[in-house]
Design a protein around this ligand. Sequence first.
Ligand SMILES: [Zn+2]
Length: 439
Amino acid sequence: MRSVLAGILFCFLFPSLVWAGGELRGVRLSNNQGKTRVVLDLSQSAEPKLLTMRDPHRLVIDLPGFKMAPNTDVAGSLGLVKGVRAGYRSNGDLRVVLDLSSIASARDSRLGPSGDYGHRLVFDLSSSGNLTAMKTAKDVPGKGRDVVIAIDAGHGGKDPGATGRKGTREKDVVLAISRALAKRVDQQPGMKAVLTRDGDRYLNLRERMDKARKHGADLFISIHADAVSSSQPRGASVYVVSERGATSEAARLLAERENAADLVGGVTLANREDMVAYTLLDLSQDMSITRSMEVGEEVLQELGKMAKLHRSHVQQAGFMVLKSPDIPSILVETAFISNPSDESNLRSSDYQATLADSVLRGIVDFFNKTPPEGTLLAQNGPQRVRGSPVRHQEYVIARGDTLSEIASRYNVSLGHLRSANGLRNDSIRVGQVLRIPTG
Ligand SMILES: [Zn+2]
């Protein structure tokens, strides 16, 4: 007992003598040509974990196994850095927070001892370059801004995407669905849509991400139609990006196919060097994957009410187009263009509208639950889904469908469904178009 007490006392009196980990000895700020350099002076090299946060903008640096050296003052403000704070996390890690005046790109490097200096962790923050325009749209002080939804119609221009048996091109149907979704988002109070392309244009994946970022998007949603060599698979799936490998082999193959869009434009995706520009990418990926999963679940749930789901859980795969730091991002494979009845559905403007309605409901549910700080939605509270006029829907029968299953999927009674289609019994045939009563 006595020795334990002595040990505690020893630690208390001589922390630096018994602390085997590293120490943060100081934080220095300097400004040069619009760039702000932040140097953390350390007693030994560190493996920092970095995280960016928005509203307010922060760069968070966790230093596992580090403590503050005695009498270290980390306060300061210069250039892009409005303030510096430090504290300990519940797991004991030292956390340094840089409060930023705007979202900046950051490059970090680790330097070993040299001259008068010991180990250093250096962050160069820059508000120039194409990464910086992450300012939130309509950022009017005192008045909440709109939640911005970036809607990305996959493919376009010289890249048609997948093609169905009837010649339906993915790039065309996903643009129609994206436009329908954008219209609905714009009708929604406190929400605003940005289309990455509003025409038959080719955009590389980088340009799509940049556009979302430039408009301060709170969500990036990429709209696609799936295709496989077999005509059997059908239904919708929702994907989020994964840094750690795909949920399934199918997800991996799909990611390869969708990512190949960029090869059309002659840009190689394997070039990680390129990605250095997106320095904050990996830093905040974990956080945005969690948000992406949440919004993906909401959208999938709504899609499941109107269509057959190909996968009943959000899938993860290495989609390039979803790798936007800080922006929750999902990819919706609305249906299989390679399946004849899905293809017919995709061509139908009614079905496109119904898909858009479902995705909208998922998005609204998500932002109602977790409105971003500073938005009208955060100020005014949950909003009801607007702009989804009641209309009749059409549904093309696929192999394996039964009338009762379709009735329950659309939440109508079997009798109602029969009478709306003049059916005397429950026999249906593949390719037959059913009118789905609503209201
Ligand atoms: Zn696609």
